[in-house]
Design a protein around this ligand. Structure first.
Ligand code: C2E
Ligand code: MG
Ligand code: MG
Length: 259
């Protein structure tokens, strides 16, 4: 026997049982990456990002954690945990004088869960967080999957008053006409275009066009993956509404963000 012989299936089962334990033992955490307005240089929102530090495997990436959750049938449970904690923290930020939006990533299957809008509605009441301080990030793939069911969920979320954001924009295949029919408030330009936009003219042109497209649809724009001051300055000139990336800050614990 050697570890290399272990099938991916066995590996996955191991991760699944570890994830169950992590949920039960409260070993999942959220970190918050601030977003700021490049013109006023005020922090206006923060994205909640999942962290799972396993005693044996070390830091498990959120991609892996969500994939494990999906295969173990735990994805709703993990998402409920993330949403509930992010809403509670959003209210805590406000209580500490930091009145910012808090965004949460959903995985595609979450949007097929009919209880999602009610769960969010209850959470907002429980923590006394104004609905428009919660930003729900979805990806293009999520939206393409089951158009009718997803559209209904999005409409219900919209009625509750939360803000809807499309994440990693530009990496999927959504058509512009379809995009225009969705009740979106915000578009996040994928970091693959942003990071090197000053070195790759093509990427700069794509970013500029996306900002124009979003604004002409009445949608705010967040650029992800801003690592240099010069990129932040360029984005300000292009009219980008918010920036997020290592130039602003790494993801932080809630306490560090407040500090
Ligand atoms: P995302 O939603 O696009 O989040 C942005 C990712 O880019 C984060 O990685 C963040 O740490 C990273 N990042 C931020 N600034 C920079 C930068 O300047 N340069 C570079 N190279 N990277 C930067 P992270 O935390 O590893 O998360 C990866 C992905 O995992 C997220 O991408 C999101 O799709 C997913 N994810 C994270 N938390 C959750 C969650 O609670 N639920 C679900 N369903 N997915 C999550
Ligand atoms: Mg995101
Ligand atoms: Mg993204």
């Amino acid at each position: 026997y050697s570890e290399q012989q272990e099938s991916p299936h066995v590996q996955l089962l191991l991760y699944e049982s570890k994830l169950r334990a992590a949920i039960d033992q409260g070993r999942l955490e959220l970190v918050y990456q601030p977003q700021f307005d490049p013109r006023t240089r005020n922090i206006v929102a923060a994205e909640a990002l999942l962290r799972w530090d396993d005693s044996e495997f070390g830091a498990v990436t959120p991609y892996k954690a969500i994939a494990v959750a999906e295969s173990a049938g735990l994805v709703n449970e993990v998402t409920w945990w993330v949403l509930n904690n992010a809403m509670r923290q959003g209210a805590a930020f406000r209580a500490q004088g930091l009145d910012i939006g808090v965004s949460v990533n959903l995985s595609p299957n979450n949007l097929r869960e009919p209880d999602l809008p009610d769960f969010i509605d209850r959470g907002l009441r429980t923590w006394d967080l104004p609905a428009d301080r919660l930003i729900i990030e979805i990806t293009e793939t999520a939206v393409l999957g089951a158009p009718e069911l997803v559209a209904e969920t999005l409409q219900r979320l919209k009625r509750i008053g939360v803000r809807l954001s499309i994440d990693d924009f530009g990496t999927g295949y959504s058509s512009m006409s379809y995009l225009a029919t969705m009740p979106l408030d915000e578009m996040k330009i994928d970091l693959s275009f942003v990071r090197d936009m000053l070195d790759v003219p093509q990427h700069e042109r794509i970013v500029r066009s996306m900002i124009e497209l979003a604004h002409s649809l009445g949608i705010a724009v967040v650029a992800e993956g801003v690592e240099q001051e010069a990129v932040a300055e360029r984005l300000a000139v292009l009219g980008c509404d918010r920036i997020q990336g290592y130039y602003v800050s790494l993801p932080l614990t809630a306490a560090d963000l407040v500090a």
